[in-house]
Design a protein around this ligand. Structure first.
Ligand code: ATP
Ligand code: MG
Length: 388
């Protein structure tokens, strides 16, 4: 008898022509997340992943495995030979550790190996009868096939796998199944959550961070890299492009009306991001904007900022309240890092009185006073790239 974890994947995994690619990417991400905890072996058998490890490690392994999108549930299971006595024994081991008082149950068999000569309903009946005989009178335990308190699952494959718990995964689609996105990652609370949400819909995430060293400290960049690391537990490995905006801010301050700084700098961010997307074959830009949150996030500002690129801009937080975003940040584990103090490039150059209803033609007039092409290509030439 062996104790294992089993990982079940969602629908999209099971169908579709890229099935193997998604499996490979999900399994790589699982391996990456659990390599520090350690495990003994891992194998795929008819769409489920089985992981053997020290039983004491199961709970911490589950926490890390859950971070991979596309998983619907994880179970602690018993593996044994396809033999009635062995299956009964495994069932006992599971039920001995459960509170059965006044509960109802149902046995559900899935016979993948059709050469096994007992059909599913029959095996369910045999094991159900065994459970009743052993546990019913002591615990007031009974069968309820329509709405049981718990189920005992038996999968008949190369071995028999028996389990009674299904721990919910984070759902979503396997990362990589919905194209590539470039996330504008600041050091704040919102953008990591935006990356998480798009990754959950299957988008592969890479990040771009804008700083303005030496006006901001190196700490701002390190914080963004730390956030990227937290995000990568869900998204897999990624690149972080780090762009110095100092010269751009200086040029804006020197030549343009100060209350346009935020809008003008955001348009630079969009154009630079677009160039990075073109060069790396990314399909979309992602931001953590939320409607009405700050001056640069009014509908008018968003339109003028969005006008700077032809790329699709995804803003998954657009309709969320700050408190909902914070709860998501706590759930994904980025909140504590995000609230550490740092000097954001935007806040240092932020006007005290930013415009909230920018007019595109005025902004374009201001841009005529700047050597946009030159500033952008210099910023991109000096870009640093980090592998996470
Ligand atoms: P966040 O919490 O993500 O910093 P925010 O509430 O501070 O967001 P803004 O500062 O208006 O809002 O930024 C809106 C979005 O623009 C951010 O979510 C992020 O996607 C992008 N952004 C802002 N500043 C930067 C930066 N320095 N580097 C990269 N992206 C940025
Ligand atoms: Mg911010």
């Amino acid at each position: 008898m062996n104790d294992l974890l089993s990982v079940s994947f969602g629908e999209l995994f099971l169908k579709g022509k890229n099935r193997n690619k998604f499996f490979k990417s999900a399994i790589n991400n699982i391996k990456r997340n659990i390599k520090d905890i350690g495990y003994d072996d891992m194998y795929l058998e008819s769409s489920k992943l089985y992981i053997s490890a020290d039983k004491e490690k199961f709970d911490s392994l589950i926490i890390e495995i859950k971070k991979v999108f596309g998983i619907i549930y994880i179970s602690k299971i018993k593996k044994c030979d396809k033999d009635i006595n062995k299956i009964e024994e495994a069932t006992s081991e599971i039920l001995d550790n459960m509170d059965l008082k006044d509960k109802t149950f149902k046995v559900e068999t899935n016979r993948v190996d059709k050469s096994f000569d007992i059909q599913s309903p029959e095996l369910s009946r045999i094991i159900g009868a065994y459970i009743l005989k052993k546990y019913a009178s002591k615990n007031n335990l009974s069968v309820n096939v329509h709405n049981p308190d718990f189920k005992v699952f038996i999968d008949i494959k190369k071995y028999a796998y028996i389990y009674a718990d299904r721990i919910e995964g984070n759902g979503g689609l396997p990362v990589g199944s919905s194209g590539n996105g470039l996330l504008l990652l600041s050091g704040g609370i919102d953008s990591p959550v935006a990356g998480y949400m798009m990754a959950k819909r299957g988008m592969k995430i890479n990040c771009i961070h804008f700083h303005s060293y030496p006006f901001t400290s190196k700490r701002a960049l390190n914080k963004a890299l730390d956030l990227a690391k937290i995000l990568s537990q869900y998204t897999g490995e990624m690149k972080v492009f780090s762009i110095n905006m100092a010269e751009i801010y200086k040029a804006i301050n020197k030549n343009c009306n100060r209350n346009q700084t935020t809008i003008l700098s955001r348009r630079f961010m969009m154009r630079i991001s677009e160039k990075i997307c073109q060069k790396n074959n990314y399909d979309a830009i992602i931001t953590g904007e939320s409607l009405g949150q700050v001056a640069s996030q009014t509908l008018e500002s968003m339109s003028v900022i969005g006008d700077a690129t032809n790329y699709q801009i995804f803003k998954p937080l657009v309709a969320l309240d700050k408190i909902e975003i914070i709860n998501r940040a706590i759930h994904m584990g980025s909140y504590e890092k995000s609230i550490e103090p740092y000097d954001d490039c935007c806040s240092i150059f932020a006007p005290s009185n930013p415009i909230t209803k920018p007019k595109l033609n005025y902004i374009k007039d201001s841009e005529k006073k700047l050597s946009i092409e030159k500033l952008e290509s210099e910023a991109i030439e000096n870009m640093e790239i980090f592998d996470i």
